[in-house]
Ligand binder design. Structure first.
Ligand code: HEM
Length: 417
């Protein structure tokens, strides 16, 4: 059924449903993630893929990621020995720094804006993107949204984020126009906005630019952090996996002072560990809602045009019919004999979705996770602390669009010589 939904009806389920918050927070659906399936979406996705994820920006992505990971390793090394570190906070700071530096040219996270940090503003936006009562019960629900103060919250949330993104744009506009090799994503968007459609390029409006920046901030931060935190949790809970993984990493690296992107290619077990994490803990368990574009049949059921379709990536990843009796066990070796990949023709696991609306950043995201985990496990040994055994780590979940650990992951690092 899951395979049939994604494979045979990809085009039928390519559009997104209308939610009030997505309309407001995406400047009337000008972004990629929540836009309907139309020419505008195609153009925005093209800009995103070629200008943010493509080869021109890949060098900057790699350099910034490696630099920030080095800073993370140094900061953990200087932590008082024998005491626990909140890995959620550390990894969030890392991913924010990478995303903001690649997209904006510098890390904006530490500076509060209108009394809130960027993270607080994004957390609020992500809560609202999950939808309101009015999105699910349109007639009565809209009045409830008004009475409960939800509409005012949305207005405030958009006002703050829009002000923030406007500040980023203004700062870039006031800089000298020739930035040479140092161009970040916002510089490129501004350049594209000054061209017009006549020469074949897409003339971006100010709202197009803001909507794209919002996609980087909402799509590119929590998802990566959540994956790293679940990976570290599973590794800690499974000492056998930790030992095998550290052996692989330390054997590959020898005495090199740091791990680089090129080293990761040889680390087959590390790649399997990340795949296994995304199978059991897809950060967006129901992906992003889709909507049926034409009447169709799925698994013998009639599905009418306009029906909202939620794809349960969490259940697909744990389905014993696909993954066998040990489907809920963290067992990376299962990928030795299984063809399954993140995206593509095989829909046995879909942490990045599938088909035309799949995540365009899956490759960069997976490499960032692999590189960070590789460094954390090369330089340090980890324990739960507080007298608990590693196997006793709490694995409860919480969240809506993105699902986190219920409690932060606090671990005690020991520097490995
Ligand atoms: C481990 C990290 C990530 C995971 C698990 C993830 C997961 C997803 C999922 C499930 C979707 C919806 C797919 C669907 O409906 O079929 C999606 C879409 C998207 N993601 Fe990601 N994502 C990650 C990282 C990123 C990053 C780093 C960025 C940006 C820099 C990003 C940008 C986007 C965008 C723009 C879309 C919308 C695609 C469209 O509708 O055409 N994601 N992602």
């Amino acid at each position: 059924m899951a395979k049939q939904v994604l494979k045979t009806n990809d085009l039928l389920f390519c559009t997104r449903p209308f939610f009030e918050a997505t309309k407001v927070l995406t400047y009337n659906f000008l972004d990629i993630a929540f836009s309907p399936y139309d020419n505008h979406w195609k153009e925005m996705r093209k800009v995103f893929v070629s200008e943010l994820l493509g080869p021109t920006r890949a060098g900057l992505f790699n350099d910034v990621t490696e630099m920030e990971i080095e800073a993370l390793v140094q900061s953990i090394s200087s932590h008082p020995s024998g005491t626990a570190i909140n890995l959620n906070n550390k990894l969030l700071a890392l991913v924010f720094a990478v995303m903001c530096k690649v997209a904006f040219g510098k890390s904006y996270r530490e500076e509060p804006f209108r009394g809130a940090t960027l993270k607080d503003m994004l957390d609020e936006a992500k809560n609202m993107l999950g939808g309101s009562i009015g999105d699910h019960l349109p007639i009565l629900g809209r009045s409830l949204d008004k009475l409960s103060g939800w509409n005012d919250r949305l207005k405030k949330c958009f006002g703050n984020l829009d002000g923030y993104v406007q500040m980023v744009l203004d700062e870039h506009l006031s800089e000298i126009s020739d930035n040479g090799d140092q161009k970040d994503f916002v510089h490129v968007l501004i350049e594209l906005s000054s061209r017009n459609n006549a020469n074949g390029s897409y003339g971006l409006t100010k709202d197009d630019m803001k909507a794209l920046i919002m996609d980087v901030l909402t799509g590119g931060t929590d998802t990566i952090v959540v994956t790293m935190v679940w990976a570290m949790s599973e590794i800690i809970r499974n000492p056998r996996v930790m030992q095998k993984l550290q052996h692989e990493i330390r054997t590959c690296i020898g005495r090199k002072p740091k791990i680089q992107r090129s080293d990761i290619m040889q680390m087959k077990y590390l790649k399997m560990v990340v795949k296994e994490t995304l199978r059991l803990h897809p950060p967006a368990p129901l992906l992003i809602p889709r909507e049926c574009m034409n009447d169709c049949q799925v698994g013998g059921y009639n599905v009418f045009r306009g029906t909202r379709v939620l794809i349960n990536a969490w259940a697909i990843g744990r389905d014993p019919r696909i993954w066998g009796d040990n489907s809920t066990q963290f067992y990376p070796e299962r990928f030795l004999n299984v063809e399954a990949d993140f995206v593509g023709e095989n829909f046995d696991m879909v942490p990045f979705g599938g088909g035309r609306r799949s995540c365009p950043a899956f490759s960069q995201a997976a490499t960032t996770v692999e590189l960070t985990l590789g460094n954390l496990l090369y330089f340090f040994d980890w324990e739960v602390g507080d007298g608990l055994k590693n196997e006793e780590l709490n694995m409860e979940e919480k969240g809506s669009l993105v699902v986190f650990r219920k409690s932060s992951l606090s671990l005690v690092p020991t520097k490995h010589n």
